[in-house]
Design a protein around this ligand. Structure first.
Ligand code: STR
Length: 522
């Protein structure tokens, strides 16, 4: 039958308007069916070779966050690369990041198993690197609840931090107006806070055990950074690797020290309030019932290994991140003395110099809060967060993503997106204040991540940063030493994004100078 005959036959049976409606309806049904069946255009992907993956196209020597930001300009905000044989989606804008972290947070809450972190965490008995599982959720809740004990209400953290800040101020002032690198003193103070928080130890300057803690931590940081290639190509672990060897040695020292502390705590545990994080974890472990059968697939609950790895991670995470953020903020204040003066004016007006700053002052010090936020925005310590893994088939921005795909969230590009931040490379705390001088937290500011994997120490970290910055600036002014260039702000990527070493000169502020001199002579 010819089409001409068919159409004249149809036209004689159905009126033309009916045919038109039928056609439109059929087209709509077809469109809806095909839209559901096939995802929208797939995620743009870099080329790849067998074994090497996309490595040849990832050259140029740029650190990952900058490289990905550059690739996003060419491939769009979401693209995929093969890191070795691992299909990895890289997300560079806040809308898709919120999809991954929050809206579909559970789908993407997995973690890859990596050679270095498995070694660091006894195969994922920690919080940050452990894969998503019912046991992990229970472990995370326990850590969260234990942290809360030292949080806002308790005031314990405040006492611990203020004691460490006192020591830090004395140490900084004893170096006087000449130039020096503030990093060792800041790291020591922050390490001391974590030692007190985790196992109630407070160390004096030069204490052998404190040096041991700082030593193994430095070793882990260095070796994780340099030995990381085995994480991309796990088969490389068959070759001798001096970084992996050193990492193992440092982890051994760490575990010996922490096991000793754990045993001491077990022996002296009482019904009284927990003295520190180890006590809180041990009590929580007892309450949740050791060896709780319904939890893990292996049938075991929170074990001593979990407690040990939590303590170890609290160290690593608590020291590296906080000291690095403090050093970034200080570096930017050296570039912007007018911002330092404005924070100090706010402190003088709201707190004065007669008493220490407390957590309860936070509401009265909005500008100081903005300075901290701006530091966290412009130099996020974890510029591409920790890799996520899809634990089930899911999607990002409507594009299908298969289970097992790794996802990197490039927080750097989100925090420097010119569509959301005016002059993103400028340190400008005012962007966190609205027209009425009230604090605002934009949706595209996520320095601690978000969703099920959000940093478990966030509120602890924020409180600690607040107390450190406030107390330091209340008592001390920081200046560039005469003839020194301002700090290099480019940063160096290790386990966290760190500032390059720089020099600072300090002078005690009015009211504190005399006190410092007395204390400093001890
Ligand atoms: C630093 C070195 C160390 O001794 C232990 C750890 C384990 C936790 C890591 C930490 C590291 C680096 C910063 C991390 C942290 C977990 C969360 C934090 C990666 C390797 C960030 O996401 C910034």
């Amino acid at each position: 039958m010819s089409t001409g005959l068919l159409s004249s036959l149809c036209a004689s049976i159905f009126p033309p308007s009916f045919l038109l409606i039928l056609f439109i309806t059929a087209a709509m049904v077809f469109f809806l069916i095909t839209k559901q069946a096939a995802p929208r255009s797939p995620i743009p992907s870099l080329p790849r070779l067998p074994v090497l993956g996309s490595l040849p196209w990832l050259g140029g020597g740029l650190p990952p966050h900058l490289l990905f930001s550059q690739l996003a300009r060419r491939y769009g905000p979401v693209f995929s690369v093969y890191l070795g044989r691992h299909h990895t989606v890289v997300v560079n804008d806040h809308r898709h990041a919120r999809d991954v972290l929050m809206h579909r947070g559970r789908d993407f809450a997995g973690r890859p198993s990596m050679v270095t972190t498995d070694l660091l965490t006894r195969g994922g008995k920690d919080i940050a690197f452990s894969d998503y599982s019912p046991l992990w959720k229970c472990h995370r809740r326990l850590v969260h609840d234990s942290f809360s004990l030292f949080g806002e209400g308790g005031g314990r953290l405040q006492d611990i931090v203020l004691a460490a800040v006192d020591g830090l101020c004395v140490e900084l002032c004893s170096r006087g107006g000449g130039g020096f690198d503030p990093s060792p003193a800041v790291t020591r103070a922050v390490t001391n806070v974590i030692c007190t928080l985790v196992f109630s130890a407070t160390y004096r300057h030069g204490d052998a055990e404190l040096q041991e803690v700082i030593g193994y931590n430095d070793g882990i940081v260095e070796t994780i950074t340099r030995g990381g290639l085995v994480d991309v190509y796990p088969w490389m672990k068959v070759f001798p690797n001096r970084y992996l060897r050193k990492l193992k040695a440092c982890v051994d020292v760490r575990d010996r020290l922490l096991s000793r502390k754990l045993e001491e705590h077990k022996a002296s545990l009482s019904d009284a309030d927990p003295r520190d994080l180890l006590d809180a974890l041990l009590k929580g472990q007892m309450k949740s019932g050791r060896g709780h059968k319904s939890l893990g697939s292996t049938g075991e609950g929170i074990t001593d290994d979990h407690i040990l790895m939590t303590a170890a991670e609290a160290f690593g995470a608590g020291v590296e991140t906080t000291s690095t953020t403090l050093l970034w903020i200080l570096a930017y204040l050296l570039h912007h003395p007018e911002i330092q003066e404005r924070v100090q004016a706010e402190l003088d007006e709201q707190v004065g110099g007669e008493r220490p700053v407390g957590v309860s002052d936070r509401g009265r010090l909005p500008y100081l809060d903005c300075v901290i936020n701006e530091g966290l925005r412009i130099r996020p310590v974890s510029p591409v967060l920790i890799p996520h893994v899809a634990v089930s088939d899911s999607s990002i921005g409507g594009c299908a993503v298969r289970r097992g795909t790794r996802v990197l969230v490039n927080m750097w590009s989100i925090h420097h997106d010119p569509r959301h931040w005016d002059k993103p490379d400028l340190f400008s705390p005012d962007r966190f204040l609205d027209d009425h001088g009230e604090r605002v937290i934009p949706a595209y500011f996520l320095p601690f991540g978000a969703g099920p994997r959000v940093c478990v120490g966030e509120s602890l970290a924020r409180m600690e940063l607040f107390l450190f910055v406030a107390s330091l600036l209340q008592r001390i002014s920081f200046k560039l030493p005469a003839g020194e260039p301002p700090p290099n702000l480019q940063g160096r990527v290790g386990v966290v994004l760190q500032p390059l070493p720089y020099q600072v000169a300090v002078s005690p502020r009015a009211g504190w100078g005399d006190r410092m001199k007395c204390e400093g002579t001890h």
